[in-house]
Ligand binder design. Sequence first.
Ligand code: UFG
Length: 331
Amino acid sequence: MAILVLGGAGYIGSHTVKRLIEQNEDVVVIDNLVTGHRQAVSKQARFYQGDVRDRDFLDKVFAEESIDTVIHFAAFSIVPESMKDPLKYFDNNTGGVITLLEAMHANHVSRIVFSSTAATYGNPENDTIKETDLQNPINPYGESKLMMEKIMHWSDIAYGIKFVALRYFNVAGAAADGTIGEDHHPETHLIPIVLQVASGKRDELQIFGDDYKTADGTNIRDYVHVTDLADAHILAMKYLQAGNESNAFNLGSSTGFSVKQILEAARVATGKEIPARITARRPGDPDTLVAKSDKARKILNWQPQYDDIHEIIRTAWNWTQKHPNGFEDQK
Ligand code: UFG
């Protein structure tokens, strides 16, 4: 039977497809290619272009393929965009999962691993966030994902669809072989932007605020390598396939870095000066987000391979240098 990866042409989705193929899984990918790249999808996966909100399309794929487990990445994920256009997020993310679960229920598919987020916690109660901490999002993106978690919970109770919610912190880096990496248009994430400055594609980094409640005043985030994240999805899939109950796990490195610390690490990793300037705060940014991810290590036996921020940045820099125009170069 096959694994269906929705959003498999996106950043995290494409790295997960690559890892699944490397582990000899049979992989089917759905992506509407609104933000994803066809070239990012392994040629060994069967590809269907379509939208998670299109029930007829989903039914067609479920009829053609024999699907064992769904891994769902097909959602929007840009915090500032969600502040400007919340309905776009509730439509695609929250609405999308309703259609997907309806299609899964109708087609007797009863396992799903999905991308949730640290943004569901809002401004956290504790320095390092545990899965049982209060989820109180401060942006529509986080709210849309929290709603997805709740919808999954009730779908489990009513229809027996088992789920694992993986609450990611800040994903970064690229495949070690440099074949795939991060390529967003427009790019909003810190590490790729810093590397665009390092490679001369941007003049400077704007640091969004230095008056947060942190040691150097800039936001602290927990950066986790995309391949480690991909592997966590495969472990979560196996956890469900073993007949375990629905669950939620944080995925982070348990170490926080401020925006200024990331900038310094990128200067070291690239050997470039990387000009930067403090500008106004960006709406929707919590002060600090750092995971406690012992639960994933213990229950899923997740063993992240990348624990050094310089190494994470180096893999992203390798991708940036090999593909200065991202996937455009591979058309
Ligand atoms: N930042 C800058 N300048 C930039 C870009 C970002 O200072 O040009 C700062 C942001 O203000 C923030 C930090 O760098 O403090 C990280 O910002 P990102 O945009 O890279 O990532 P976010 O923390 O906003 O969000 C990411 C994912 C979300 C996820 C969240 C969870 O995009 O999907 O991590 O920790 F929910």
